[in-house]
Design a protein around this ligand. Sequence first.
Ligand SMILES: [Fe+2]
Ligand SMILES: [Fe+2]
Length: 166
Amino acid sequence: MSTDAIVLLKNDHKEIRKTFRDFKKAGENATATKGKLVDKMIELLTVHTYIENEVMYPRVRALLPDLEDDVLESYEEHHVADLLVMELVPMSYDDERFVAKATVLIENVDHHIEEEEQEWFPKVRQGLSRTQLREIGTELAEAKERAPRRPEQPSALKKTIDAVIA
Ligand SMILES: [Fe+2]
Ligand SMILES: [Fe+2]
């Protein structure tokens, strides 16, 4: 299995986007199906946001100072997604705002993933060596194992609190 950091993150993106597609394809009245898909996307996003916040962004920021502005913008985009996730978690699947809020989350994250893949990853790949990308990939894989899977888990709480008071 490849541990190249960008390959690993793109695989996460693929899995996340599949839940987005399935959500959009689910019928008008598929309340329970949509609710389960939102649970799944929240789990995937909690893990993915954690490993980017804890490993990818700080490593790239340190190694490629020129990309600092992109990293700072990414943290803010994660922050917006965190806020929407936190509002979705306690919401009932049949709340009239549930699908609307999930749709806004999907639009935001889609845009963010698009920017990472189209603009940011190519710059990172150009700036770092294959060895550096593999080392970061190994760290990402390790972080994935200890990552929180729900936003209310203790290791996600600091992130959650930062999102509220920052
Ligand atoms: Fe990200
Ligand atoms: Fe990402």
